[in-house]
Design a protein around this ligand. Sequence first.
Ligand SMILES: NC(=O)c1ccc[n+]([C@@H]2O[C@H](COP(=O)([O-])OP(=O)(O)OC[C@H]3O[C@@H](n4cnc5c(N)ncnc54)[C@H](O)[C@@H]3O)[C@@H](O)[C@H]2O)c1
Length: 504
Amino acid sequence: MDAVDGALVLVGFMGAGKTSGVRSLAAQLDCQPLDSDHELERELGESVESFFDREGEVAFREREEAAVLELLDREDSAVIALGGGALESERVREALRRHVVVHLEVDPEDAWRRASGKGRPLARDPGRFRELYEQRHPLYDSIADAVLPPSDRGGPLRALPALAALRDAPAGTRMVWAHTRSRDYPVFFGRGLIASGFLFPSEGRRFTVTDETVAGIHGAGDAAIKPGETAKNLVSAEWVLRKMAEAGMGHDDVVIAMGGGVVGDLGGFCAAVYQRGIRHVQVPTTLVAQVDSAYGGKTGVDLPEGKNYVGSYHQPSAVLVDPSALETLPREELAAGYAEVVKTALIAGGPLWARVRDGRDPDDEIILGCLRTKLAVVAEDERDSGRRQVLNLGHTVAHAIEAATGFARYRHGEAVGIGLLAALRLSGRDAIRKEVAGLFAERGLPLSFGGASPAEVVELVGRDKKRRGGDVPFVLVQAPGEVTYGHQVDPADLLAAVEEVHAG
Ligand SMILES: NC(=O)c1ccc[n+]([C@@H]2O[C@H](COP(=O)([O-])OP(=O)(O)OC[C@H]3O[C@@H](n4cnc5c(N)ncnc54)[C@H](O)[C@@H]3O)[C@@H](O)[C@H]2O)c1
């Protein structure tokens, strides 16, 4: 295993697992694990706790800064764990630019459980501890080249090949590690990724599935389907699969699905079923795909009887997100993606919702916020048996509108926008509904549908594939950040909500 350029520096809150992380990475890289707290204690000649208690926090931070700067300058340091507060120093943050900084995330409750009761000066009062967590979390994120979400202790080691690959990516590329029960994978996020030719995993032959529009912009690929939802079917899938067979693709090879959600779903599906499953990489080029569809492993195609009726869960081996690809995306497609952005921000609440409700166009921070929200939900529930259902917010009515209008009248995101307004009505959240409708109107998104009657849409809702035991569960919004699933709604309320978003 190659080392990375500079040192791998693990940062994160107390209890994030930095010490065990550096140990496992150092063992793999055959180097010495360094821990700033241990180095500091050696220098102080006493424990961090006793120095801190006697001399106070200001004196401690001064000594810590000096020790960390020295550590970051050492040539022999390949993996370093930094004390949780070291990043509060600007000089330390500056020195970290030469290294690959990895933020090990930890849930605040787990952090408290692991750190309290051990004499740590800042882990004695739960209120102060939580405050510190809220303050430092964004600081770690702001400096991190890579983020590893809370998972088991083996996370840093599994992520090592992807961390090492960061050196081949364009400057400024960040990596977010995705964790699911069936597979972990890196999401690389950087401007210029596509043009740079960066690819992960790098071994194996590649077979690129794309559509004709994307092929015209980024290069032909090996199989380019017609653009749009109507090509997301078994006929296209068979055509792609046979081309893969003709090209002699085998188990060591990789399908690259480069395009919007249609190509992502179809390319991922072909990878899932070809020779019972080979690896694939998602390269999303629409906003819908960059904030939503490229992650989480749902692949599939439509039948005339229903959207996504044939499919499989098949997690990608990596996702490469290049936000500069959106520069060629038509305005209407950006607007369609915006509906998914608003949906995701409502699920996330907090800083992401604050940024989105401001009316900003989706920037890198918003796209990253959305993808991290989706990854966090899928990490909890890969197969829609629980929490993942919240991602269907607005989708039950949206899918019915798409089916009722032959998958041709509305873009998926446009239908999601209308479905979201219906879901907010069903949630009884009129103030949020008004705010969301305002955001949609500014981007020219439709606020109502035509081409089918409310009764037809309600009938199709009843056939939704998420139906369990005869009932269709709905996702409702209590407040931004508080979205819950599994609600039964009264048929009369459903009809009223659908009538409200009907143009007729
Ligand atoms: N798997 C999932 O979890 C998931 C989640 C959400 C949506 N989806 C699926 O995603 C699909 C919708 O995705 P979509 O909105 O990306 O549609 P799409 O893939 O049809 O792309 C929209 C249009 O944009 C064009 N395009 C793509 N990239 C471009 C670029 N960079 N510049 C210019 N044009 C470009 C495409 O050729 C197409 O005409 C639906 O089928 C939906 O079911 C899947």
